[in-house]
Design a protein around this ligand. Structure first.
Ligand code: FMN
Length: 186
């Protein structure tokens, strides 16, 4: 797939199956992520990869967060929360590892850089014929989850990227009218 086709046609895949990406595929995916633009080379990125028992541990963390938020939550609802990470054989959490008080590189730039790394993961996965979907959801912002994943105060958990083999067909890429988004000063 040539680069422009990839950029124009990448799309998300929510239906994902095993097996998880293999070591060579993951190597290619992370190398793509590490080419994210990065002001002052701060490398404000951290990736936490979950597969196998790791997905169950993540589900347990989500359930703990849910219980802390609502101690009256039913067992059935907690079970449903525990299962969420099992929608894919692998998840990569993308963390913006923010260094505060860097001259000329405010937090937003570091978070944007991590966002670019997340996009690169989606693009690389698509190029490799894998399926991927960026999810956040309330657990990405939950203090229990943040603590469980070892985030520092200034860090942001910007993505849970669900990854696996395609479990369905890609939706057609939507058509956009460029003039709705692009202004030209000439
Ligand atoms: C920061 C961010 C968070 C997102 N969180 C979710 C989410 O929690 N659940 C969800 O269904 N889609 C979420 N999405 C959107 C999907 O990843 C996806 O982009 C959307 O369904 C459109 O599909 P497409 O990527 O094929 O255009 C999120 C996207 C971004 C950029």
């Amino acid at each position: 797939m040539d680069a422009m086709t990839l950029l124009h046609e990448r799309s998300s895949m929510g239906k994902l199956m095993g097996p998880p990406p293999g070591p060579e595929q993951l190597d290619a995916i992370y190398r793509a992520a590490l080419r994210a633009p990065d002001h002052k080379e701060l490398r404000p990125w951290r990736f936490i990869e979950f597969s196998g028992e790791g997905l169950a541990r993540l589900g347990e963390l989500f359930a703990e967060a849910e219980f802390r938020e609502d101690p009256e939550v039913s067992d059935a609802a907690l079970d449903a929360v525990r299962k969420k990470p099992h929608r894919a054989p692998m998840i990569i959490a993308v963390v913006a590892k923010v260094t505060p008080d860097i001259p000329k590189v405010p937090k937003i730039e570091q978070v944007v850089s991590a966002g670019c790394a997340g996009h690169a993961i989606l693009l690389a996965a698509h190029a490799l014929g894998l399926g991927a979907m960026w999810r956040s959801g309330k657990y990405a912002f939950d203090p229990t989850v943040r603590k469980g994943l070892g985030l520092d105060e200034d860090d942001e958990l910007i993505a849970f990227i669900y990854l696996g083999q395609l479990g369905g067909r890609h939706r057609p890429v939507p058509e956009h009218r460029l003039s709705d988004f692009v202004e030209r000063w000439t």
